[in-house]
Design a protein around this ligand. Sequence first.
Ligand SMILES: *Cc1c(COP(=O)(O)O)cnc(C)c1O
Length: 498
Amino acid sequence: MSVAPLYLEPRMEPRMASLLGSAAFLHTLVEALGSPLNLVLPEQFAENAERFRSVLDGSRLGGRVYFAHKANRSSALVRRLTATRAGVDTASLSELQHALAAGFTGDRIMATGPKDPEFLWLAARCGATVHADGAAELEQAAGLVRRYGLPRLRVMVRLSGFETSGAKTLARRSRFGTAMRDLDRLLDVLERHRDALDPVGVGYHLDTTSLDEKAAALEGCLRAMEELRSRGFEPRAIDAGGGYGVSYLARAEQWERYTSELTQAVMGRRPPLTWGGHGYGLRVENGTLKGTLSLYPAHRPLTGPAYLEELLSRPAPGLGRPLGTLLLEGLYDLYVEPGRALTDQCGASLAKVLEVRPSDTGAHLVRLAMNASDVGLEDHGVLMDPVLLPRDGSSAGACRPDGGGPVAVHLLGNLCLEADLITRRTVYLPRLPRPGDLLAFANTAGYCMDFTATHAQQQPVARKVAVHQSAPHAGGGAWRWCLDEQYWPTTRTGDDAS
Ligand SMILES: *Cc1c(COP(=O)(O)O)cnc(C)c1O
């Protein structure tokens, strides 16, 4: 069948492009370790941490970049980070234990999120900074410090419900943090526990792409710092949380074309672009388009460190001067907690093709040795094409001898479940895959590769391997690998060789 392909090509920086260009290496790995298989790139991770850090340096701000651990469970990534200037933001007892075992000391660990007593105790015991959700957590923490004779605990308070002073924007509702209007009560708690708790500062984490909302939140934090000072505290840091984002696609025009064609398909003006005509949040009622697109904005012009830089150069909505300048003048440190953005270009997920067959929709069905929970693209609303790695080493881009050219396929998972589709999108590949070929999903290290992985139906969960090149810099040398749990920062330099 001839189709006008709607490609969504993944954005790949040189290291990722080199890795996914090494088909023979990747086939060997999957033969040895099975499918699915996850790859992580510790060197890229360290480089990303430095890129974020250089935004702070460029604004002459002190502070720290904390990796939001929940984005990836890898040991290699967390261990590699210990050899940088970054810290780690943990959100559970196990993540905290993992960070400690990787070599982080308490002074570079943040404990965020809802805390059970054990998590709070270990955080207090190891001298992590406790980012408290509210008054109850502060009370509990103070109780632990006194009962166990622990050193005065560094705490931050998470704020929410920011409103801009001028034009009223609706404050985003969050189940986390303490509303700005309740700050006074929180400060009463801190005053009562002055001996046990050291309030380092305040922070927020907003799950939004909106710079305006973040600028309002950052300004709200600056005001809260003044409140703390007026109560005789000496706060010194503001935590701007995460949410700097990733651009998954190489080309803006492919994304724009895809989303407008999807709208047309939902309106019934062209054949469906998805399994069963799924609309990704869009639907038609009485001939008009309803709903909103529930997809991650897969092509974004401003993400990661550049997004942070833009935030700092924005004028504070009320105070008027750039937020970075205001931080500097207050002599405040800036903490950031990127998750997804710090793992950008740091991982890929491989799946072996098991079966290819035609279907009555016109698209071929391609069944993979992987299921939807192994690569949470659909869960996170991320649309991007996999890279086809033929088994025989022929170029994936080449047209087939029978003149097939680009084909539409549905990617099916390995569960005995109707809903197990790797993506509900109809995917276009440069040619029809064959059993034994690999599909490589680029850039899955942030939330996609292990956040949702389960043992459903006792299918194997992907193993994870750390890959690095024999020469130290990007583009340098042959690819090498070890199991994720075998990787330490010395692995890459050969310091571990006897
Ligand atoms: C999830 C989370 C982050 C990371 O968010 P990203 O969007 O992955 O950058 C940072 N801080 C907190 C408190 C979080 O819950």
